[in-house]
Design a protein around this ligand. Structure first.
Ligand code: LFR
Length: 490
């Protein structure tokens, strides 16, 4: 049997991993060789990504990969929207700033004063979120114009790391589509947006499709680490889109929920839907592999639990994620719901306290301890998923009976079951390492080992087990959902 090995480097907002994927012609097996935390650093008043540390971890991953035999290529995916700016010598001008940094506060209004909201949506088809690259650039224009003047090149996170490794500067299409600077239909940088906002046009690099071999590991790095000059492949640089490749289905119409720090719930389309309904529901169109569009709602996701856990650690209570979920399972249904995407939950800090204040303010039972807080988060997420699902159905005019959940979040059986119950649909959960699987499959496609996405999905479904959750009716979820929706979500 054959054995083709590639290296996936997957960066999430709280951790990263280097994983070797081995393909024997039928199945892909994974071996994690390096896992590391991604700790943002607050310096003076700015929250940065520690990009040098992340690059250091890439190097460790590469060194460890040497022990695994011949590796054909590597591919990088990360979260969306964030970027680094390079000067004329190709050097980083400033550490990339974290999308949760407060610099984008008020920037939407500034942008809309120059180009109205409807026009921006009609071009980009992107959901409005303050963290989008567009609003980050507006913040730079307002507060650090000198930086933009010095900038010769803007590279989004996966492209920046690819450049550090290969010296090649380009922008991969799926990550570009998270910026709100891309024309969703033409798949090119929108000159209308760039010109109206008076942004430097020259900093945007050429767009390449996922699955492009962009270059080789640079001579310098291969000498430094004693590793071959393997291919550097632009996978779907946007983690969500690499994950999409790993949805274990052969259907054309399906609902996915990519469940990690963020929850992305939506469906896959051949072409974007940009109309009044999608605009009023603030649904995003994001570019995917194989020229597909992901039509989805961006939901705050497990960030609420991750950041609550951090708060409890700060208070001297160290719980594992599994432990928290178990504690929450024992609580049973409580009458505490939050709109998970309420603004106050976005910044880092004391999330448990903010949840308690929210429940108090809205006249609900106030969760008293860690278990109840996690329970409240899981219930509220499940409700938000149903809300998003109905919005997607409204905009596509289709009905979906199954929800495919992929990503790390499926480790919470409670969340999967609650989602099935509240949505009243069957949930198929898996694979847990969807992003990495998709990243690997896209490399194998670029190497000519896998034909297309359909085949990739079949191979991945073949390689991983899924868990099915049937909706249970022990609570009257239709009634509960209706009440929460009317009081908190509209
Ligand atoms: C998920 C993700 C989302 C994006 C968010 C912020 O990891 O990539 O798709 O909206 O991070 O960049």
């Amino acid at each position: 049997k054959k054995d083709v090995k590639v290296l996936a480097l997957d960066f999430g907002a709280s951790s990263g991993r280097a994983i070797i994927g081995s393909f024997d012609g039928e199945k892909i097996s994974l071996k994690e060789i390096h896992r590391f935390t991604n700790d943002p650093v607050i310096l003076l008043d700015t929250m940065y990504w520690d990009v040098l540390r992340l690059f250091h971890d890439i190097k460790i991953g590469l060194i460890k990969a040497k022990q695994e035999g011949e590796i054909k290529s590597l591919g990088i995916d990360t979260w969306g929207v964030d970027f680094g700016l390079l000067n004329k010598d190709g050097k980083l001008l400033e550490n990339p700033v974290h999308y949760r940094d407060a610099r984008t506060k008020g920037m939407m209004e500034k942008v809309f004063a120059k180009l109205d909201k409807d026009t921006v949506y009609s071009i980009t088809g992107n959901q409005f979120m303050e963290l989008n690259t567009l609003f980050q650039l507006m913040a730079l224009k307002e507060n650090q114009p000198e930086l933009l003047q010095k900038a010769e090149t803007l590279l989004l996170m996966p492209d920046l790391l690819n450049y550090f490794l290969s010296n090649e500067k380009c922008t991969e299409y799926t990550i570009a589509s998270t910026t709100q600077l891309l024309d969703a239909k033409n798949k090119t940088w929108s000159s209308e947006i760039i010109e109206n906002l008076d942004l430097p046009k020259n900093i945007f690099t050429k767009i390449v499709q996922p699955g492009t071999k962009i270059g080789k590991l640079s001579k310098q790095i291969s000498e430094e680490l004693g590793i071959n000059e393997i291919d550097v492949i632009a996978v779907a640089g946007h983690d969500t889109q690499s994950a999409m490749v790993a949805v274990p289905t052969q259907e054309d119409d399906f609902i996915f929920l990519s469940c990690g720090t963020w929850s992305l719930l939506g469906t896959e389309l051949k072409t974007p839907i940009i109309n009044e309904t999608s605009a009023s529901l603030n649904i995003t169109n994001e570019g995917g592999a194989d020229n597909k569009t992901s039509f989805l709602k961006n939901i705050i996701g497990l960030w609420l639990i991750q950041e609550s856990r951090r708060q409890w650690i700060r208070e001297g209570k160290e719980y594992g994620f599994g432990e928290l979920e178990q504690m929450a399972s024992k609580v049973g249904m409580i009458n505490s719901f939050i709109d998970t995407d309420s603004e106050e939950f976005i910044p880092a800090g004391n999330i448990p306290k903010r949840i308690q204040e929210y429940c108090k303010r809205t006249g609900q039972y106030v969760p008293q301890n860690e278990a109840e807080i996690v329970r409240c988060i899981d219930q509220s997420l499940a409700v938000k998923y149903r809300f998003a699902l109905e919005q997607i159905e409204m905009a596509t005019g289709k009905k979906y009976d199954t929800l495919n959940i992929i990503g790390g979040g499926i480790q919470s059986k409670l969340l999967c079951q609650l989602t099935a119950d509240v949505c009243g649909r069957k949930v198929v959960a898996g694979p847990v390492e969807a992003t990495v699987m998709g990243n690997i499959a896209l490399q194998l496609m670029a190497l000519g080992e896998i034909k297309d996405i359909k085949e990739a999905r079949k191979i991945i479904a073949n390689s991983e087990n899924v868990t099915v959750y049937e909706p249970q009716k022990d609570e009257n979820w239709d009634e509960i959902y209706k009440n929460v929706k009317e009081s908190l979500l509209c």
